[in-house]
Design a protein around this ligand. Structure first.
Ligand code: IPM
Ligand code: MN
Length: 345
């Protein structure tokens, strides 16, 4: 019989609260005969304050043994900026070779968005996850002096670009509209931008059914707002993808609904699923956080582990819940409970 051995990293702030709801829904959607085992890892700000550790090698090795990782949020104002981001979150993405950072954007019914009334929005951003300006390839000279010089070099390899571009073509090819847009900035970033464009064009020859398009990232932000329905699958670099997916969330119902998957398509390492939002320390501990983004991330997790029917049940439950969601605010727990009832019913 089937089983899921899941690592759980609730992390900081609202991460704890939303992950609890995600696990609740996961427990109710799985058929009886599926054995769900979860192991919680205490990583994040508390651990760092207690021991000074972000992600010890022993924990990294233990995490590797799981089928998948569910992560809440990482980051706290009491920890210097970058320590947990680089030492924990990005370390996981890099160590487990999560080169596909998948971020779907869908306009659910009845969502108050700056674009409500627009035609259907349903696109997915394939954000490169292991290269670009995120590699820590840079430095600072004469730090803190008026003569300081800082570099932050964007690293792009033909290998890294080709594998994520290929993944994006596969995804586009399996969707009804079969459209793939490359977003970069090759009028200015002529080395990396041209590498991406050349590989994009070459791999595209293997996918004659996929129609392709190229946009500079600044122009893409305009179309995200004025014409979001033009997008189907978007492939882009790590930093552009980071920025575009926050904008995508804002135009499709808010960051409370945006799910993401850090995928190692080769399945050599566990993939990791997390809401796009952060730890939101301003509302932490108040039961106000919307757990929907985490619950939709659980759906992505299930699809990755080939529980397609269960993933679809969660997505349908969320759509139905949002369609009937009134204006009265609900607590984190109430939203989780409502979705538990829907996925079970
Ligand atoms: C995200 C976050 C992270 C990123 C930060 C916290 C390192 O903004 O998942 O989008 O930039 O990738
Ligand atoms: Mn981000």
């Amino acid at each position: 019989s089937r089983s899921i051995n899941l690592a759980v990293i609730p992390g900081d702030g609202i991460g704890q609260e939303v992950v609890a709801q995600g696990l609740k829904v996961l427990g109710s959607v799985l058929p009886q005969d599926v054995k769900l085992e979860t192991k919680e890892y205490d990583l994040g700000a508390r651990r760092w304050h207690r021991t000074g550790e972000t992600l010890p090698d022993t924990e990294l090795a233990a995490l590797r043994t799981h089928d998948a990782i569910l992560l809440g949020a990482i980051g706290d104002p009491s920890v210097p900026s970058g320590v947990l981001e680089r030492g924990l979150l990005l370390k996981l993405r890099f160590a487990f070779d999560h080169y596909v950072n998948l971020r779907p954007s869908k306009l659910f019914p009845n969502q108050a968005t700056p674009l409500s009334g627009r035609p259907d929005i349903d696109f997915v951003v394939v954000r490169e996850g292991t290269e670009g300006p995120y590699t820590g390839n840079g430095g600072s000279l004469r730090t803190g002096t008026p003569a300081e010089v800082a570099t932050e070099v964007s690293l792009n390899t033909a290998y890294g670009v080709e594998r994520v571009v290929r993944d994006a073509y596969e995804r586009a090819n399996s969707r009804p509209r079969k459209k793939l847009t490359l977003v970069h900035k090759n009028n200015v970033l002529v080395y990396a931008g041209h590498l991406w464009k050349r590989i994009f064009d070459r791999v595209g020859q293997e996918y004659p059914d996929v129609s392709t398009d190229y946009l500079h990232v600044d122009a893409a932000t305009i179309f995200f707002v004025t014409q979001p329905e033009r997008f189907d699958v978007i492939v882009t670099d790590n930093l552009f993808g980071d920025i575009l997916t926050d904008l995508a969330a804002a135009v499709t119902g808010g960051i409370g609904l945006a799910a993401s998957a850090n995928i190692n398509p080769d399945r050599a390492f566990p993939s990791m699923f997390e809401p796009v939002h952060g730890s939101a320390p301003d509302i932490a501990g108040q039961g106000k956080a919307d757990p929907t983004a985490t619950i939709l991330s659980v759906a992505l997790l299930l699809r990755h582990l080939r529980f397609d029917a269960e993933a679809a049940r969660i997505e349908e439950a969320v759509a139905a819940d949002l369609a009937e969601r009134g204006s009265a605010p609900r607590t984190t727990d109430e939203i989780g409970d409502a979705l538990v009832v829907r996925v079970a019913g």
